[in-house]
Design a protein around this ligand. Sequence first.
Ligand SMILES: Nc1ncnc2c1ncn2[C@@H]1O[C@H](COP(=O)(O)OP(=O)(O)OP(=O)(O)O)[C@@H](O)[C@H]1O
Ligand SMILES: [Mg+2]
Length: 469
Amino acid sequence: MRSIGFVVGRTSTKWITVRLEDEALIDDLVMVGDRLLGVIRGVSYANPTMSPYSPFTPANVEAVRAYEYQNASVELYGSVDQGKFDPRILSAIPTGTSVYKVERGDLEKLAFIDNPIFLGEHPSSKWPLPLNPEAIDYHVAVVGSTGSGKSHLVRLLVKELIRMGKRVVVFDHTGVDYSPYFKDYVIADSEVFPDILSLAEVMANKVLGKDYLDDVEVSLYAYLYSGGDLGKVRHFMESLGFGNGEFDMRAILKLREVSPMDVSWDNEPFIATLRIVMGYLKRKEHTIAKSLFRLAKSGISLGSFNGRKYDVDGLINHILDDNLTVLDISSETLPIRYGIMRGVVSGIMDRAERSEDKLNIAIVVDEAQVYAKGQPPTVALSDVARRGRKWGIGLILVSQRWVSDLDTNIRANINSVVFSSLQSSSDLEDIGKIVNLGNIDTGILGTGDFYVTGLLSPFRRPILMHTFE
Ligand SMILES: Nc1ncnc2c1ncn2[C@@H]1O[C@H](COP(=O)(O)OP(=O)(O)OP(=O)(O)O)[C@@H](O)[C@H]1O
Ligand SMILES: [Mg+2]
């Protein structure tokens, strides 16, 4: 440690002013006396002979330089007692106390958190920041403008969480941010049979229009029940009480047991199924005709859903059996991706509710603006944000902006925000509503520079980190 000055002015348990006798920069860590640890949040020059209110202008600027001094304002993080860090400071420190800049190797011997994880180091002291892995269960957001190094940071985080024995599932929106780095753990969306509702949404959106979502969904159930056998389609509809049929619970019960992967999917029998179902639903003749033509012309190939390896349930089994699963959701259409995410996230919550043990799993959603702001998976993600902690289910959401990319209910339940330079100045203000920001000066941060705030920070207060290469 190197002495850089001494405490002046009024001191408190949170902030002190330091008269600098040596160079110190914003974000440098300092020891105050032999037991307080803090960080420089601002540096300023002053000179009593150069007061903006003084009527006397010095004739020779050089001559009054001697009166010039530099102050640093230091936010105190906490105290160090017998090698252990404690965020509480119970009394103020006297003026005149010496202040030292923390240098490489100074903090390594201090104990902060049991079993920490490491993603980077504090830039000027090169101190590898010990981060609290328990903060993951309280949900983390990683926010910063494009190219700031968010996905890189989250890849480091994924590795560290696995090292700590946590399960991780990553939704790789682009297919290039995670899948190539964790090759042995990738499942592509084209290997997953989506849930029926999502499939219905795709078909309805693409061809028939939202008004016919119900017809398509019921036809898919009828197809599932019948395997495309038209006699069985009629039987299914009759047992639901349509036509001349009488309601019979058995058809619905049977449906619960059929996996979409047990059925052979094909356009022609499906179109015929839709025809029959729309008839039972008493759709107008011209509507039925139009729907059939559009579907036949649509280019949708149900056959492409044959031979898939997992349905959503099977996928969840796989996720819970393995320590890491990277879902490459870059090739299917958005409604199918939504369906996979919604199915997996809400399925994990269902399993948790039925399970005796904590699931101990982190759910990573990169490019969260596509999924966590009003789109179909938002409700499932909000539910994890609200209740997941109880079962050890943590969210890690990654996006460029805070307010406009993440749903209010999700933001309100996030307890750590790791952020780089932000595109929107109001974001910083809003992040300050859920984590303590003090008055950090984010200035211009380079690639890989992030402020770690909230529970994840060893100080519960913002600290600058540069991620490992
Ligand atoms: N600490 C680091 N050291 C060296 N290179 C880094 C570091 N952090 C990130 N990079 C590099 O910077 C580039 C951008 O990083 P990354 O893709 O993680 O940004 P991003 O914030 O996820 O951007 P986007 O919002 O566009 O997804 C990548 O090439 C990455 O390898
Ligand atoms: Mg990225």
